[in-house]
Design a protein around this ligand. Sequence first.
Ligand code: BG6
Length: 490
Amino acid sequence: PLPPNSIIVVLGASGDLAKKKTYPALFGLYRYGFLPTNVKIVGYARTKMDDADYKKRISSYIKTPTDTTETQLKEFLAMTSYVSGQYDQDEGFLSLTKHMEELEGDVEERHRLFYMALPPNVFIPVAQHLKKNCYPKSGGARIIIEKPFGHDLASSRELQAALQPIWTEDEIFRIDHYLGKEMVKNILILRFGNEFFGAAWNKNHVSSIQITFKEPFGTEGRGGYFDQFGIIRDVMQNHLLQVLTMIAMERPVSFSAEDIRDEKVRVLRAMPIIDPKNVVIGQYDKSLDGTKPGYQDDDTVPKGSRCPTFAAIVMYIKNDRWDGVPFILKAGKALDAAKVEVRVQFKDVTSGIFKDIPRNELVLRIQPDESVYLKMNTKLPGLTMKTSVTELDLTYKRRFSELKIPEAYEALILDAINGDHSNFVRDDELDASWKIFTPFLHYLDENTDIVPARYPYGSRGPAFLDDFLASYGYAREQEGMYQWPTTKVN
Ligand code: BG6
């Protein structure tokens, strides 16, 4: 772990990511006593700001509902300071080093963690300047970087080739914040800590696995950025694929970072590239009542954009465990709900004594309201042999009502502080994931006659989605057959 007196530098301190995620997470860790003793936090960015401006900006997303948190925030802000400078010249980085040395005093070892909350076009110069000007002579340094790690295999390799000679893999922490989410971290325990799940977790019993990401809002002003990436690069090649590998990987030899990541890479390498016929893409239009704008009504979106804001991609894993089982990744903006979940649909039980008995489904709800539930058939109580679908339900708010669920960024920054790479993306893993997606992404980019299907803002996605899913054997719940119990959870 980082020793006492370490320094955490947030580069891009005036940007959105720092304000919304990095600083609130650092504050969260401070509140619960997880930051190293006497740590100092230094912001660095181009914007010229005085101390008061800086502190106002970095605390704008931090909630302080009580007097205690108010006091803690004051203490936290007292540990922070700011240096402004360019991203591509020595000068600023030299003044950052001078500032860090003043904070550290005359010590034998200096330990520095650099969090790069930066736009991708300055990743490389900043990583180079940090190494050249801010890397301690004795002690150590680490960098945290965050997507986009390129936009295809070639650009990702380019980025990697620029980083590799200056930062070792051990010093690099590539964040995919989905790996910091509580339910995603739970997947390995559920699978390998429960014999009955483990036993059914294969092609003999599983019919399909869906990983769904729904957001109820559109790009709203962020379209300029989004349009260069699209939903597939924005959340599927990274976040949803990470969830898929956790669901599909074999049991690692241990929970050590390299053992876990070895297994993840093995799954990715067993996945063929995406076949265009296994994909649906969509783009949202105005809502049916006309109150919500279509994607192309966003002024920051180029007119005539073919950018997908929705996609369903069916993927396969060519190994003994999963051959033939469709893994359906589904993601969209401006849909009917805010939800991320994994749905494992089991095969039909043998008929004969049963007619039309629904399939078992195991649902891992990643957000909101973490829960794990298994849809299970039981006899309807009473003088009848009718069956009824019920659920074995582990809703966190009910079962773990006293426990705080950490934010993904809190969990991950703490891991980086502790030097634990298990929940970060390794270089070969990143490479393997781009290999699966790149040919299809290029195919979409190049074939200008492919246009996404339109779907209304606030709907479930393109109209033919259900038929598409059904063609992979997915049996959708009959309307009204099953209802999630509506009893209030406090
Ligand atoms: C980000 C994407 O990586 O993840 C956003 O760029 C998306 O478009 C976000 O909204 C979703 O993260 P979360 O934690 O809100 O599910």
